[in-house]
Ligand binder design. Structure first.
Ligand code: FAD
Length: 390
């Protein structure tokens, strides 16, 4: 009995490690990844905010100790609307916890996860390699790789990212909603140390988030209208810093330096189904969200842990891990959380993308009321930002 995972990004890697940990290596896993995160490769300027609940899950499956060394704690979150009074402050001490969440740099996290995968019980890495073709029979799947290798197993898992090529090969289609926005990411250095503070600001161009990193740096995600993308991409660093300073303000003093910028077109992509014969979809392959609420990997991790738990139980009973009842149980038990998280993120984007005056006034009122009502603020922290366990 064995499982084949295609895609070793954050989702595929953590899923492989979760299966290894929960089955003590008794359910063999082969992980196929096109490119290994290496120190010499140009790092992608992207950081992930992990909810405290996600860190606890990562600890449970033995991953957190490897990631915690490169993580920065979020102790405060400030939400504001440019040009308006509404402002919400969320502080870890208000919830009697040490941190609201943690920030990890994607590339560094990838390297730590691969170091764990190299020695994980029951895990075989095929990297660098790619899927060239798949065939499914009633009782198994066969995957052929670019290298010429052939793998067989009871279950294939697509963790190969947005608009999953594996799902496409298996005739699963996606619904795509284009937000007509582009996210610009970069690492910043500011005159004032962020000291654990994350910022979420709704600017005229689109939402802007700053996450605290090590050595006093911050990770920026700044969303722009697609129509403005060429203009923004054409700004030199000095002009970019000037525009950013204007949009963000002086909460961290002067913004001194911006490192290489990257752009991501923003779309909501949802696979029409998350299971098919001997196939399950996880992470961005199942649903890709707008990044501003920081929910993408937090949701992917909940999917991956649920799937790993169901597979571990099936393996313990010596059941077929790729059988339909196991897969449909996975799809069923993830449906509500996925639905709520997608709707919440989508709702936030629509609310804050809107320049209609009554709505602007309404959301500022909501931010101000929230600042004064701790219970409402806690709900917002839990659900809207995903900083705290769901
Ligand atoms: C700007 C931005 C900011 C974000 N911020 C946050 C945040 O703060 N918090 C949060 O929770 N989420 C955030 N997200 C979302 C988060 O990045 C993703 O949800 C997360 O990285 C999980 O991705 P994944 O592993 O599912 O897919 P991917 O990262 O796309 O990984 C897919 C992997 O599959 C491999 N692959 C593809 N095809 C093949 C093939 N045929 N054969 C072999 N390998 C293949 C690729 O090489 C890749 O490594 C953000 C996203 C963006 C764009």
């Amino acid at each position: 009995m064995s499982v084949i995972i295609v895609g070793g990004g954050m989702t595929g890697s953590t899923l492989a490690l979760a299966i290894s940990s929960l089955t003590a290596g008794k359910l063999p896993v082969t992980l196929i990844e096109a490119s290994r995160p290496e120190p010499h490769k140009a790092p992608e300027a992207r950081a992930l905010a992990l909810a405290q609940g996600s860190c606890q899950q990562l600890q449970r499956i033995g991953i957190w100790s490897a990631l915690s060394g490169c993580a920065t704690a979020i102790t405060r979150v400030q939400v504001s609307d440019r040009g308006h009074a509404g402002l919400v402050n969320l502080r870890a001490e208000d919830y009697a916890i040490a941190a609201l969440g943690q920030v990890i740099e994607l590339h560094e996290a990838g390297r730590h996860l691969f170091a764990l995968l190299d020695k994980a019980a029951g895990v075989t890495l095929c990297c660098p390699d790619r899927v060239a073709g798949v065939t499914r029979t009633q009782s198994q799947v066969t995957v052929t790789l670019d290298s010429g290798k052939t793998l067989q197993g009871q279950l294939m898992i697509a963790a190969d990212g947005s608009s999953s090529p594996l799902a496409n090969l298996c005739h699963i289609h996606s619904q795509v909603y284009n937000y007509q926005q582009v996210a610009v990411t970069a690492t910043l250095t500011t005159a004032r140390h962020p000291a654990g503070c994350a910022f979420e600001r709704f600017t005229h161009n689109g939402p802007l988030a700053l996450l605290p990193l090590s050595q006093g740096r911050s990770s920026l995600v700044w969303c722009h209208r697609l129509a403005d993308h060429q203009t923004v991409a054409g700004w030199d660093d000095a002009h970019f810093l000037q525009q950013l300073q204007q949009a963000f303000g002086w909460r961290l003093g002067k913004i001194l330096k911006v490192e290489t910028r990257h752009s991501y077109p923003l779309r909501l992509v949802r696979a029409s189904t998350h299971i098919s014969h001997r196939l399950a979809l996880v992470g961005n392959a199942a649903q890709t969200l707008h990044p501003i609420a920081g929910q993408g990997f937090n949701l992917a991790l909940r999917d991956a842990i649920s799937l790993a738990e169901l597979l571990a139980k099936a393996a313990e009973r010596k059941d077929d891990v790729g059988a339909w009842p196991v897969l449909s149980h996975y799809q069923e038990c993830r449906r509500t959380d996925q639905h709520n998280t997608v709707n919440l993120t989508d709702g936030l984007i629509s609310l804050f993308a809107n320049h209609h005056q009554p709505l602007v006034a309404g959301r500022n009122l909501a931010l101000m009321v929230m600042e004064r009502l701790p219970l409402l603020r806690a709900m917002f922290a839990r659900r809207a930002l995903g900083w705290i366990e769901h």
